[in-house]
Design a protein around this ligand. Structure first.
Ligand code: ADP
Ligand code: MG
Length: 278
């Protein structure tokens, strides 16, 4: 099944230069299963990295626009979005909005992007090209992907150095992870030799449930130190914050929910080092 074959770990770290960095690190949040906390993780990790002094751009690559909504904008009222960037080559700077962090927004149009891109030469590299002009301004570019392994997600993986895979502890799907790994292998062979799984993030962890503990054990057996030490606990705070158009770090800055994403940010900043000793 290929699960035991661990992928190489990342060895690069983004610079902490406040003006942004040419060594900008691009990370996708991917899992073709919906509801595993891709969007929640993109936003809250992004805000936590910003708190630590890094420049951060979030990209909403999901036509459902949940990331866009979670910063208080209505995707139905957005005229120009990632659709125009990918399909009409509009400079990405023109659709970046600023709230807690900078966000390249999505709109319902984006649902048509896969079809529009499918007949274009270089269809898998549209996002990679779009990011060239903004990379010098950001230490971290975090991409939220839709729940599929279609052309939008492929664009994200081609543009990325690393992939963080949020996995819901309740309904662990190892088969889904094998499928994602196979897609990544294909992308490494054909489009982006450097992209690798940076970490697997257990989410919606309920410490009272044996089932949650077992799910983390299974992940560790199969992925070893690729599994982050930080486990994101299950709490209603994560659902409450987006209703207010905020991250949990903005909504409840001193709460446990915010602290968990600060812990994750620390692990991400330390790269493989922390997890080698997990
Ligand atoms: P995805 O982007 O993978 O579809 P979301 O980030 O949108 O997943 O999360 C799905 C739902 O679960 C959202 O309503 C979100 O608020 C909620 N959620 C996310 N993380 C947690 C958590 N750790 N505990 C409880 N609910 C969560
Ligand atoms: Mg989402």
């Amino acid at each position: 099944m290929g699960l035991s074959r661990l992928l190489p770990r990342p060895n690069t770290r983004a610079s902490s230069d406040k003006k942004g960095s040419p060594l900008s690190r691009v990370i996708s949040f991917a899992n073709q299963k919906g509801g595993v906390a891709k969007t929640t993780t993109t936003l809250n990790l992004g805000v936590a990295l910003k708190e630590k002094g890094h420049t951060v751009l979030l990209i909403d690559l999901d036509p459902q626009g949940n990331l866009t909504m979670s910063q208080g904008w209505n995707p139905d009222e957005i005229e120009r979005s990632m659709f125009d960037v990918l399909v009409h080559k509009l400079p990405i700077e023109e659709i970046v909005r600023v709230a807690e962090v900078d966000v390249a927004v999505s709109s319902i149009d984006l649902a048509g992007a896969e079809l529009a891109l499918s007949s274009m030469i270089g269809r898998e590299r549209a996002l990679e090209k779009a990011l060239v002009s903004v990379k010098p301004q950001y230490d971290y570019i975090l991409i939220d992907t839709p729940p599929s392994l279609g052309l939008l997600t492929i664009n994200a993986l081609v543009a990325s150095n690393g992939v963080i895979v949020p996995v819901q502890c309740e309904y662990l799907s190892l088969r889904g992870l094998v499928q994602l790994e196979n897609t990544l292998s294909m992308i490494r062979e054909n489009l982006n030799p450097d992209v690798e799984i940076q970490g697997i993030l257990p989410t919606m962890y309920d410490k009272r449930l044996l089932h949650s503990k077992e799910a983390v054990d299974i992940l560790k057996e199969n992925f070893g130190d690729l599994v982050f030490k930080t486990k994101i606990r299950k709490t209603i705070r994560y659902a409450e914050a987006p209703v207010k158009g905020q991250s949990v770090l903005g909504y409840d800055p001193s709460g446990n929910a915010a602290q968990l994403y600060r812990d994750l940010a620390k692990e991400v900043l330390n790269g493989a080092k922390t997890r080698e000793h997990a």
